[in-house]
Design a protein around this ligand. Structure first.
Ligand SMILES: [Mn+2]
Length: 594
């Protein structure tokens, strides 16, 4: 019963066209691209220069961050006294990259360090007492916590009782009561004047490195930008402002002189160094680095990232690769089970009545706790409903929640916890959260959560329309505008990511030329040109299109394309590099047959 969801196409018409025309003339770019810039609040030559010309000098002064003076002074002491410290980080890409960066920085300066990454299953998320004990047993008096720590009030107090100082480098929302740490670096503190609030955890630790370099009058922060760029891209923080600069220069470094780990992982995943993009980090490198922490010891990711020769990198890469294939196998098995248990549930097979739930809540004690977030994301992608996927862990139903646009899942869980006493613990933010529920109260939780979600949706300005997936289109485009220069300018919009997404264009009334070909029962390749071609040579331009439809889609629901038919197309413009040739092609996001 698998069918593709019909998506709504939204295109904003409230762009100031006078500004668009003015900017297009001023910086000499096509109007369609100027429109995108104006929509991103870039409407003068100076704004455009700031957006297109990257400059390391534009990085902010690290000392603007609250706590930086004290934190950097302490690290300077560490460097001078060669004092051994512990670097503690979260088990995801942001945490392990940050730990790798800080370890590399201090090692180069001859400082002995220990590394601790908590175990997802025995320690859980965040700064843990086990890490503090690890430091204590080794006589270590300073811990730098990266990508976590801002909520670790009791743990920091415990460390203090052992005479251990903690410097926190975090980017999560600070709680009302902060941990009593030696120094707290987190730009989200209300009294922190650091001008950019969207660094990832590694980004915050990088500012500390920069501050220490400034005090020591050295510039060894430059060669650590690769770690920062990968962490920033993987952590899905907004790719705007300082993050754009960090990713740009980090990627330049990886492209020109990659350290053994990045050279190996890029080659091994079939990517090309020179074309490295944020999407490669999100979809290819990130999952490989994360896999070791999902299924076991994430310290293996740090070992890999910091290793100093290719032979060792290749050996460790095979560990990452095999854990990633284990992860994939586990996650596709659970995904199949999750789909059928949801479809049985809504069609009433399990309970003899049809359900009209607006959200998905599934629990299965056999599901692996390391992949629940991935499964929740996949369920959102397929059914487009707020989704909570639970397993049984330590006697509780525990799992991950992922949301749809304009629905605050953290808020919905919070309200559920206020109305039924099934919720033991929860945390997270607008789009993603973690939750722990009393084992025998999962049904009660599901009912209450659904009722609250339905209320939230009914009360929203969209109503039930909120459950229709949306494609946000930047602008209508006449395909005869797409030439070499257009693609070249578009390339300078990179790096892409949240806050600066790959632009999506819409073109109506195109005609399919030649016979479309489908590969692997999923990817259709076809050519289009303007249907109302006037015979003018620009109007007869033909473009290649690549259209992916999941192989699960039933044949009668599948959109089948034939030569001659007329379509409206929603797509991004990309370059296809193959066999040493580069060709412009359209990546189809959606289409409608006229
Ligand atoms: Mn993070």
């Amino acid at each position: 019963m698998s069918h593709p969801l019909k998506k709504k196409w939204t295109i904003s018409n409230d762009t100031d066209e006078n500004k668009v025309i003015q900017l297009a003339e001023e910086i000499n770019v096509p109007k369609s691209l100027a429109r995108i810039l104006v929509r991103h609040n870039i409407s003068t030559r100076a704004d455009a220069k700031k957006f297109f010309v990257h400059d390391l000098k534009s990085l902010y002064d690290p000392f603007l961050m609250k706590g930086m003076e004290k934190a950097s002074e302490r690290i300077v002491e560490v460097v001078k006294n060669k004092e051994k410290i512990l670097i503690f980080g979260d088990y995801d890409v942001d945490g392990t990259s940050g730990v790798s960066m800080f370890h590399t920085f201090l090692s180069e300066l001859g400082v002995p360090t220990e590394v601790f990454i908590p175990d997802r299953f025995t320690d859980g998320y965040g700064l843990s007492n086990s890490g503090i004990n690890f430091a204590n047993e080794r006589g270590i008096k300073l811990i730098v916590a990266i990508d976590c720590g801002i909520t670790a009030v009791s743990q920091v107090t415990y460390a203090k009782s052992l005479g251990i100082d903690i410097i926190i480098c975090d980017h999560h929302q600070p709680p009302e009561i902060l941990p009593d740490a030696f120094a707290v670096l987190d730009a989200l503190q209300s009294d922190c004047s650091y001008p950019f609030k969207n660094l990832c955890g590694t980004g915050v630790a990088f500012k500390l490195v920069q501050a220490v370099c400034k005090k020591l009058n050295i510039d060894s922060w430059h060669y650590l930008l690769d770690f920062v760029s990968v962490a920033t891209a993987a952590d899905m923080v907004p790719v705007i402002d300082e993050n754009r600069t960090l990713i740009h220069f980090g990627f330049l470094q990886i492209k020109s002189s990659p350290r053994p780990s990045f050279a190996t992982i890029i080659k091994n995943s079939g990517l090309k160094l020179e074309h490295l993009a944020t999407s490669n980090v999100v979809f290819t490198l990130g999952p490989r680095i994360n896999a070791v922490g999902r299924l076991g010891d994430a310290t293996r990711a740090v070992k890999f990232l910091t290793c100093d020769n290719i032979a060792e990198a290749e050996e460790l890469m095979s560990v990452l690769e095999s854990e990633n294939s284990n992860r994939k196998k586990i996650d596709s098995e659970i995904y199949v089970q999750a789909q059928s248990s949801y479809e049985n549930y809504i069609t009433g097979v399990t309970e003899n009545n049809e359900r009209d739930d607006v959200a998905i809540v599934l629990h299965n004690p056999d599901w692996h706790p390391g992949v629940l977030g991935i499964i929740a994301s996949r369920m959102v992608e397929k059914y487009y409903r707020p989704s909570i996927i639970l397993t049984t862990f330590n006697g509780y139903a525990k799992g991950s929640a992922r949301s749809i646009n304009n629905f605050n899942i953290y808020e919905a869980i919070k309200r559920t916890s206020e109305q039924c006493n099934a919720v033991v613990q929860f945390g997270g933010h607008y789009h993603a959260a973690g939750v722990e529920i009393e084992l025998e109260k999962v049904d009660e939780f599901r009912n209450t959560f659904n009722r609250i979600a339905k209320n939230i949706i009914d009360d929203s300005e969209y109503g039930l329309d909120l459950l229709v997936p949306e494609i946000q289109i930047e602008t209508e485009l006449d395909i005869s505008e797409v030439n070499h220069r257009f693609v070249k300018i578009l390339k300078h919009f990179e790096p892409f990511g949240p806050g600066n997404m790959t632009p999506i264009f819409q073109t109506r009334n195109l005609q399919i030329v030649g016979e479309p070909k489908t590969y692997n029962n999923s990817t259709t390749v076809f050519k289009v040109r303007k249907a109302d071609s006037t015979g003018n040579k620009f109007d007869s331009y033909v473009f290649d299109c690549v259209y992916y439809q999941s192989p699960e889609i039933d044949s009668d629901e599948r959109i089948n394309l034939k030569t001659g038919i007329k379509i409206d197309l929603v797509y991004s413009v990309e370059e296809n590099h193959w066999n040493g040739h580069t060709k412009t092609q359209f990546r189809v996001r959606d289409l409608r047959i006229n």
